[in-house]
Design a protein around this ligand. Structure first.
Ligand code: UD1
Length: 428
């Protein structure tokens, strides 16, 4: 298996191009199931999860063509067209590898009046149930059956969903996305209350509107969707990856660097930027993106993850890595996922001082980190090890690189370009 090897201690300086957002791409791709016309997505990141999703779409009868597949191209363009659905089943083998596959449930149900999708099962950052996805669809009139590890959803008479109203008891990004994609072709009106407001949800809504959907309240916690008879094709540009941008910002701070995150949008990551400022970083909007610069050690931060516009759980591990070399004690509280401190034991191998108590963690800044062989069990945890490695003395070997390949486009290339001593060692 590939490894990423970092010799720490280089200050990052220069421009880092920010790719299209993974989490937006994974909810925009299934929109191609909603129409028989082509959906063209621009600025798609080159990531294992995006390729995996394309493969799932192919299995359902959607043809996909990709431009910009030369290794030097950032931002690929994919045209996906589902002239006819050939299957309404997302099998276990695919869903188990890529949790986001559950996002075909809503669009398949909307287009075909039925869908059968494997239950995703547990994952490294907690149980991650899908009960809210199902309850929202039920509220819109779907019948839901669970059998042999699969969920089967159907609309009355195999037709269109009647519509209805659902109030989320807790905010869920994925369930809001699935419900939205199911609602756009309903017969009646669907209302979602306490819906997620993440920028990726806004991106999804804007794409659906470009395809002819009627959605009111975009960017707010109440979404009202008036079903239409059919959707048409569209060309849509995937938003910039705010989590990738935030990750490189943490890398800049811990190496006392100065980087411009080209293409990043400050308005979509205010909470991250506020915490970077709390750490003492200079953060300013530039013509092309955001500049993050740091001199000296980071000030301690106090942060608690929360649904957008709160501090993103997907940024928690990277900030924790950054805080390990901070001036004092930082306090973290994880409120979204119950098992999201899996990076802590690995960071400890590099000399960090972190004390986890339930959902909280206290990080006491240490004088220096020492490189070590490490590995992580999820994407953002892996990135926290890269960030720590960039500032550690000596060599850090990050294993299980496939996690990073799921979410960071050409990570080592982008970091090399700003001065990091980092390379991928291929297993052959
Ligand atoms: C998405 C993101 C993920 C991010 C997360 C929270 C994608 C592909 N993934 O994941 O990177 O970390 O949002 O910002 O976009 N919950 C339920 N029942 C459900 C669904 C969720 O109880 O049916 C709970 C979850 O266990 C969790 C909370 O709701 O505690 C939020 O999860 P959710 O927003 O749904 O996360 P995902 O959409 O899976």
């Amino acid at each position: 298996m590939d490894q990423i090897v970092i010799r720490g201690g280089q200050r990052l300086k220069g421009r880092i191009p920010i790719s299209g957002a993974k989490n937006a791409a994974l909810t925009l791709l299934p929109c191609a199931l909603l129409t028989d016309e082509p959906l063209t997505l621009r600025n798609l990141p080159r990531l294992a999860d995006v390729d995996g999703f394309g493969h799932l779409l192919n299995q359902l009868g959607c043809s996909t063509t990709i431009e910009g597949s030369r290794p030097e191209d950032f931002g690929r363009v994919m045209t996906a067209r589902t002239t006819t659905l050939t299957s309404t089943v997302a099998p276990y083998d695919i869903v188990r590898k890529m949790r986001a596959s559950i996002l075909v449930l809503g669009p398949l149900l909307a287009r075909a009046g039925e869908a059968t999708v494997s239950l995703p099962g547990g994952c490294a950052i907690g149980n991650r149930p899908i009960d809210l996805h199902l309850k929202a669809l039920e509220a819109f009139g779907a019948e839901i059956e669970l059998a042999s590890g699969y969920v089967k959803a159907s609309a009355p008479g195999g037709g269109r969903l009647p519509g209805g109203k659902f109030t989320f008891p807790v905010v869920s990004v994925g369930a809001t996305e699935n419900a939205l994609m199911a609602a756009v072709l309903a017969k009646g009106i669907c209302v979602l209350e306490n819906a997620a407001r993440e920028p990726e949800i806004v991106d999804l809504c804007n794409c659906l509107v470009a395809m002819g959907a009627h959605i009111d309240g975009i960017g707010t916690e109440t979404l009202t969707i008036e079903g239409v008879d059919r959707l048409h094709g569209a060309t849509y540009r995937v938003m910039a990856d705010r989590i990738e941008a935030g990750s490189y910002a943490c890398a800049a701070v811990i190496t006392e660097g100065d980087v411009e995150l080209v293409g990043a949008k400050a308005s979509e990551m205010e909470a991250t930027l506020a915490s970077l400022r709390e750490a003492g970083a200079t953060v300013e909007e530039t013509k092309g993106g955001i500049r993050v610069a740091m001199t000296g050690r980071a000030e301690p931060v106090t942060l608690s993850t929360a649904p957008y516009p709160g501090f993103a759980t997907d940024m928690q591990a990277q900030f924790m890595a950054m805080a390990t070399l901070g001036k004092g004690a930082s306090l973290f509280t994880e409120t979204i996922f119950e098992n999201r401190y899996m990076h802590v034991p690995e960071l400890a191998r590099m000399g960090c001082d972190i004390d986890v108590r339930g959902r909280s963690a206290v990080v006491r800044g240490v004088d220096h980190l020492v490189g070590a062989p490490v590995m992580a069990t999820d994407l953002r945890a892996s990135m926290s090890l890269i960030i720590a490695g960039l500032a550690a003395q000596g060599t850090t070997e990050v294993n299980r690189v496939y996690h990073l390949d799921r979410g960071y486009e050409r990570l080592e290339e982008k970091l090399q370009a700003v001065g990091a001593d980092i390379e991928r060692i291929s297993a052959g």
